[in-house]
Design a protein around this ligand. Structure first.
Ligand code: 4AD
Length: 458
């Protein structure tokens, strides 16, 4: 259908005094004696386009006035009477593309996010989701841009896997057999299953990413990961988008530099390309958001060891729900306190106790910690999990054996340490978590089209 985007109509002054055709959904409508006014949105911008109707020119306008109705409008673009810097359209013809009954749920100006979650197919038509998804798109493009500009190769790692990267056993099984097949034991069922062994959805593309990095040097993956964690929190979903670079010849300080540069690149892209959206989030979700992002983009992140952070938490006198002790896996309350109160900015927490981290992380000479870091940010907590990888075959095997891992499932991965092993590092950035950080949206369910969470798949 030939038409002009509303973004174009609102931003291209050359269209003033010309006739255009626009399409969109009615967001507001107002009727007066001789005139009627509609605000149309087609999703190409947060702003609505005002359509002015001279009622003498149209016989029946009642269908046009219903919220949610989709219209095709032709008319002249004119300077707005009320807002000098904007334009509107004097309608000459209007065609209803799709009628919308009065039970259309988006009748109020503002709805709660909780209510909007109950109407996932329609919440996308609100300003909030319009802005969230445009930012999400810009962030995704900026991630590719960062890696492509820096000579990384984009790798597609498998989503179905036989190994558990994080070793936490929080995987969704992939199977074509069930109780109806009458197997007596799980082993029997696994052997008869599609792949002839147990398979699951991948929690991370890292292990395969390491394989690629050991040949291509610098790679990144960007795709979905799946976690069957029963964490019903505002920052966990069962299906999230995961950005995972893997870099040969990089040690922990090198990968920290890369992670910081990526986050700053993402923030700069959003500041440049989404000014309207950021103004909206600043006004409605996080006061001072734009200033925060500008500061973060222009200042160094903090770096602190886990041991130092534990000491500072203990000294803080703060009453935490989970008491602080060295060896503890930090909870969100601790992570947020460290970044919000102690550092007041994003912080790379380094050198965690080896017992609470994954088998693949490089063991530090102290025998107690690993060369790992999490990036913690105010308001969200952890957005990046990162480490230098254990490049020494014997140390890697020891770490796997201590965790009772089945070495057969990791043969490929282990072989990398036999054939020209090199120091290398990588990290995982949760796309939804960085979107939360740059928009100020507090619940991960509101930055993804269809959130999959424990007990809920709509
Ligand atoms: O810290 P994680 O578990 O690290 C890994 O998966 C490594 N294999 C990454 C790597 O080194 N290549 O997860 C990385 C990030 C987290 O910091 C978080 O941002 C995100 O993935 N994440 C989740 N996001 C939403 N919902 C969940 N359930 C998430 N689990 C992890």
């Amino acid at each position: 259908m030939k038409h002009t985007d509303i973004f174009e109509v609102l931003n291209n002054r050359a269209l003033v005094n010309n006739n255009v055709t626009v399409c969109g959904w009615v967001r507001t409508s107002r009727d007066s004696k001789n005139m009627a006014f509609l605000e149309l949105n087609d999703g190409t911008t947060l702003k609505h386009l005002q359509i002015v109707i001279d009622k003498e020119k149209m016989s029946d306008i009642s269908e046009f006035m219903k919220l949610g109705t989709s219209l095709k409008v032709t008319g002249e673009v004119v300077k707005s009477v009320v807002a000098a810097d904007s334009v509107e359209i004097n309608a000459e013809s209007i065609e209803v593309l799709g009628t919308c009954p009065s039970e259309y749920p988006l009748q109020k100006k503002r709805h709660t996010l909780e209510y909007l979650r109950t109407i996932p197919a329609l919440r996308v038509r609100t300003n909030t989701f319009n802005a969230v998804f445009r930012v999400r798109s810009v962030v995704s493009a900026s991630i590719h841009e960062f890696f492509q500009n820096n000579h990384y190769t984009y790798i597609h790692t498998p989503l179905i896997t036989a190994s558990d990267c994080e070793g936490a056993g929080e995987m969704f099984r992939v199977t074509t057999v069930g109780v109806e097949d009458g197997f007596k034991t799980q082993d029997e069922a696994d052997a008869a299953d599609f792949f002839g062994r147990r398979a699951a959805l991948s929690v991370s593309g890292q292990l395969e990413g390491e394989v690629a990095a050991m040949a291509l040097g610098k790679i990144y993956t960007f795709g979905p990961s799946f976690r069957a964690e029963k964490s019903n929190t505002p920052r966990h979903v069962a299906e999230f988008w995961h950005v995972e670079p893997e870099v040969a010849f990089a040690e922990l300080p090198d990968i920290i530099e890369i992670a910081e540069a990526l986050i700053k690149h993402i923030i700069n892209a959003v500041l440049t390309k989404c000014p309207e959206e950021l103004k909206f989030f600043d006004a409605h979700f996080e006061k001072g958001l734009i200033e925060k992002l500008t500061n973060v983009a222009n200042n160094d992140f903090a770096v602190m060891t886990y041991t130092e952070a534990i000491q500072k938490l203990k000294e803080s006198g703060e009453q935490f729900k989970y008491p602080v002790e060295w060896g503890l896996d930090l909870m969100t309350e601790h992570e947020r306190y460290i970044s919000e109160v102690i550092c007041k900015k994003p912080v790379f927490l380094t050198d965690y106790p080896k017992e609470i981290k994954s088998f693949y992380m490089k063991q530090n000479p102290d025998g107690k910690t690993v060369a790992a870091t999490d990036l913690l940010v105010p308001g969200v907590g952890e957005i990046i999990g990162c480490s230098e990888r254990e490049a020494d075959l014997d140390k890697l095997l020891d770490a796997m054996k201590i965790r009772n891992m089945n070495l057969m499932d990791y043969e490929d991965y282990i072989s990398l340490r036999k054939f020209g092993s090199v120091p290398h590092s990588g990290f995982g950035l949760g796309l939804e978590r960085i979107i939360m950080y740059v928009t100020g949206v507090q619940n991960i369910r509101d930055v993804i089209l269809y959130p999959r969470t424990v007990g809920s798949i709509s």
